[in-house]
Structure formats: C-alpha cells, structure tokens
Design a binder for this molecule. Structure first.
Ligand SMILES: *[C@@H]1O[C@H](CO)[C@@H](O)[C@H](O)[C@H]1NC(C)=O
Ligand SMILES: *[C@@H]1O[C@H](CO)[C@@H](O)[C@H](O)[C@H]1NC(C)=O
Length: 233
C-alpha cells in the first residue's frame, strides 16, 4: 500500500520532469526544451540577483510567458540562474526580451550576454570560455523574437546563469529556455571539478562573439577544453 503511494509519487514526479520533444531531430541533436516554457522547471528553480518590482520576479523569465524578469539595476553584476536539479547535457539557450505593460509600453531586452555553469558538486560557477576567453553571445534586437544560441560545445551542468553584457537603452528584461537532453550514459560518479576559473564579482570581460542568431551553423571547436567534458564516456 505505502509502496504503491511512493511509486505513484515517484512516477508523477518523473512524468512532471519530462518535456515532450517536438521533433525527432531535436532529440537526436540533444536540443530539447528543458522546461522553462512548459513549466517542467519550477518557479523555485529560477533565481536572480534582484528584481525590479512586482511582476518582474525571476520566475517570470520563461520564453513566451506573459511577464519577464527584470533586475533592479541596469548593470553587469545582475544575473538570472536556473537550477535544473540534475546534471544535464546543455546544448543551447533561447532568449527573448519584453515589452512592458507600463503606459507608454517600453521595450526591454538583452543585446549581449554571457553564461556561467556549475554541477551539483561545484561550489563556484565557471564562466563559459573558448581558449580561456569568456564567450559573449548575441542576444535580442527586439522584445518579441526568440533568439536561439547553440553552444559551440555542449556542457554537462546542473545549473546555469545568464549575465548581461549589453542592452537596450531602457534596460533589459529576459525570458529564457534551455536546450539539451539527459546524459547518454548516466553516471554515478561525481565528475571531476569544473576547470580552474572561478568568477570574480566584477569580471573583466572579453568580448568575443560566438553564438549568433537562429540558423547559424555551429563552429567546429575541437580546440575546446572545458572541465565539464570527457568524464562521462
Ligand atoms: C551531449 O550532446 C551532444 C550533442 O548531441 C553529444 O554529442 C554528446 O555526446 C552528449 N554528451 C553526453 C555526455 O551525453
Ligand atoms: C542583432 O543586431 C546585431 C548588430 O546589428 C547583429 O550582429 C545580430 O546578428 C542581430 N541579432 C539578431 C537576432 O538579429
């Protein structure tokens, strides 16, 4: 009896964390939406450095949602974090701005951003780098278009964090989705700690456009060395 209940709860939570892939191609490419849009990623898994006021909380940072996250300040030190609750193969991110409900309505969007990652075994965040240089992604040029950035190399991580690097003169609001899939070989071993770099509170940023708008082909980046790779095979 009790066992059945436990099993039922377990099944319910498994079903709740599954997202339905749209096409077979997305599955084989490991580009399934991980649940910001669908709600499979819960409000408590989304956090931020601050929020501007009521209606702008981090939990609203969902692609195509009615509201969005907007920080208290237009500043590089603000961030939006999503905790996936398990280590996932992350292959891309989608971003979208927001047209506010103020009168007059105002556009807010992030033109450029950077990413940090960590696993559940890491204390510190690691910034996403190529050849030791922080990568800056091209974000949005308007409030409504969803822009997809495919990571030049996938990352095995439990959580990720978006950092603003450039924005509309009004400031920025953000709605996001994370693309990826479960690990092909589930591991019971902790991965080795992520590389070396910890992120200082006000990092000196290098600007290096890597990601582009939707439809851009993925770079061949065999020169990549991220601490996330290679421990799972
Ligand atoms: C992550 O996804 C990429 C792209 O599909 C794939 O090549 C890679 O093997 C995956 N890694 C793991 C550990 O599942
Ligand atoms: C936004 O504008 C910049 C600068 O013109 C351009 O490089 C970028 O590709 C544009 N992004 C999109 C999604 O159109």
């Amino acid at each position: 009896m009790e066992l059945q209940i436990v099993f039922g709860v377990l099944m319910a939570s498994i079903v709740a964390t599954l997202t339905v892939p749209s096409t077979a191609e997305e599955v084989s490419d490991c580009r399934v939406e991980l649940g910001m849009r669908s709600g499979a990623i819960h409000d408590q898994q989304i956090s931020a450095s601050s929020f501007y006021g009521p209606g702008w909380e981090a939990r609203h940072a969902r692609v195509d949602g009615r509201y969005a996250w907007r920080p208290a300040q237009r500043h590089r030190h603000e961030w939006l974090a999503v905790d996936l609750g398990r280590t996932v193969n992350i292959t891309g991110v989608m971003t979208q701005g927001h047209l506010s409900y103020e009168s007059p309505r105002r556009p807010y969007y992030l033109k450029r951003f950077e990413l940090d990652f960590k696993t559940q075994y890491d204390e510190e965040w690691t910034s996403y780098k190529i050849d030791g240089k922080d990568i800056t992604f091209d974000g949005n040029n308007d409030t409504g278009t969803v822009v997809t950035n495919i990571l030049p190399e996938p990352v095995l991580a439990t959580a990720l964090r978006f950092h603003p690097a450039g924005w509309h003169s009004n400031g920025f609001a953000l709605r996001v989705e994370i693309l990826g899939c479960s690990l092909s070989v589930p591991s019971s071993e902790p991965p080795s700690p992520i590389a070396t770099t910890t992120v200082p509170p006000f990092p000196a940023k290098t600007t290096h456009a890597a990601g582009r708008a939707e439809g851009t082909t993925v770079h061949d980046s065999s020169a990549w060395t991220m601490g996330f790779q290679g421990e799972r095979e």
